[in-house]
Design a protein around this ligand. Sequence first.
Ligand code: HEC
Ligand code: HEC
Ligand code: HEC
Ligand code: HEC
Ligand code: HEC
Length: 397
Amino acid sequence: MAILPVKCRKKRSCSGYVSLCSGISFVFIFLLCGSALAAISGVCADCHTMHNSQGNTPMNFDGSTTPNENLTRGTCYGCHAQGGGSVTVVQGTSVIPQVLHSDTKHLAGGNFGYITGMAGSGAADNKGHNIADLTGTDSVLYAPPGGIRQSFHYDGGTVNTNNLTCAGTNGCHGYRYAANSYPEGITGAHHTNMGGQLNVADETGNSYRFLVGVKGFESDDWQENATSGNHNEYLALDAPVQLGCAGGGVLSCHVNAAGVQPPDGTMSQFCATCHGNFHTLTVGDGTDNAPGNSSGVGAVANSPFIRHPTDLSLPAIGEYAAYTSYDLQSPVARLAVPGSSSSSVVPGSDAVMCLSCHLSHASDYPSMLRWDYDLMIAGNAGGASGTGCFACHTTKD
Ligand code: HEC
Ligand code: HEC
Ligand code: HEC
Ligand code: HEC
Ligand code: HEC
């Protein structure tokens, strides 16, 4: 058994293969199990320290003396936000993706360094999601804008800029508000991580980028070298639905004992777990949103809308019909999780999503947009023609 890859022994990530793995030749097993999975591998000591001490010197990457949960050699920040000059850091045989650095390019989620001024055109809280310990809190936004239902969502009573964090109850990655039988956060995810087509998403390791319940296709280098034909893929619906907390025929984000997650597995619904009002169809009685603020994108999934729609297929007619080549700066989502990424856009099927306009961690532009909104000038777009809004609104430039 010694030469079985570690991935095959992970019953949780490879359960379908376990019986196969016992009886067939090692070569076949390696090919079968190795291709679809991306669990971390490598010497334990690359990432773990048993006592945070060797030669009486701390083992943490940042030299800090505090030992970490799961005996890792860093916190999330210690491994993923090292503040260096590159989008990845090589640690032993592993590559650690970076979310805070000074490089002028960034991985798919963006760079928290835009908020702090470590990268880009200067520090600004409105460039992204402030994570208190990493970037400081947001000086303007306390609650998530667009939070729906009951005071504790739209007034920041649950998640707010003081407690927003990487993983866990007030985070984005891992289990959030889950029952006791589920560990809050991402524990176990790194060793059960799967890559490529993620169409099940019923635990952290097999969900898109450890976002529990989110389905998608993962580019294996986090888009370090993305092209129009090699990139992440996201799931969407062809039309938005009503989202809420529970009951009344409204789909709940509190899906099951595993806690808060997008009920249909789409990226836009994931964002809506905190910013629901910017995504849902109008819900009922006006108690779903802050007083005086009409809820949702509209009563039905047709123009005219009252907020920009997401999880909506591009019409196959009019200006939208001309968006046929995938633009990395204004991506679309698909109605089914593909097995590989594609450089084509199919109006009538592919859909607009939150990440068509926003990054997820931080960007170099206000409101965490992918591009400079000031350059989106109708009828006079100049060099910005065909970019940003104009990728879809092809006749407005
Ligand atoms: C490339 C980095 C890396 C390497 C190499 C690595 N680990 Fe981990 N391991 C992690 C991280 C990060 C966590 C904590 C987060 C999590 O559980 O996803 C973790 C968590 C764990 C946990 C607790 C959660 C679980 O999955 O059971 C155990 C046990 C563990 N590692 C054992 C090992 C052993 C034993 C080795 C060597 C054979 C090893 N790890 C090698 C990164 C690594
Ligand atoms: C000891 C170093 C270490 C620590 C601590 C650590 N990570 Fe990781 N993480 C890694 C490595 C290495 C990878 C790349 C492994 C891979 O994709 O197979 C990774 C990958 C990831 C990914 C991408 C997963 C994917 O699907 O590609 C996410 C998200 C992530 N980590 C989140 C976290 C969060 C949140 C924390 C803190 C709770 C954390 N990590 C702590 C080393 C670490
Ligand atoms: C766990 C809750 C949570 C989730 C999930 C979440 N956000 Fe947020 N978001 C917040 C909070 C809290 C703020 C306000 C604090 C801040 O801006 O740092 C915020 C602020 C924002 C802002 C304004 C940034 C600024 O400072 O002007 C944008 C844009 C945004 N979110 C987009 C998204 C998108 C897109 C997604 C999905 C990829 C998403 N959010 C998912 C909690 C969340
Ligand atoms: C990924 C594609 C995409 C991008 C990028 C995009 N839109 Fe849209 N937009 C749509 C779709 C789809 C609709 C709805 C079409 C329909 O069903 O009538 C829409 C509708 C609209 C509407 C009309 C709403 C209504 O009530 O009919 C406006 C205004 C609009 N978008 C503005 C913008 C602006 C401004 C930007 C840039 C900040 C932008 N859009 C970027 C896809 C996109
Ligand atoms: C068509 C492009 C587009 C799409 C799609 C889009 N946004 Fe935005 N978003 C913007 C722009 C532009 C702003 C700047 C404020 C404005 O124009 O209302 C913004 C602002 C925000 C803000 C900050 C609001 C504030 O008060 O500062 C949040 C939060 C946000 N968006 C979340 C989302 C979420 C969540 C989704 C998906 C459900 C989404 N956005 C989809 C373009 C978009």
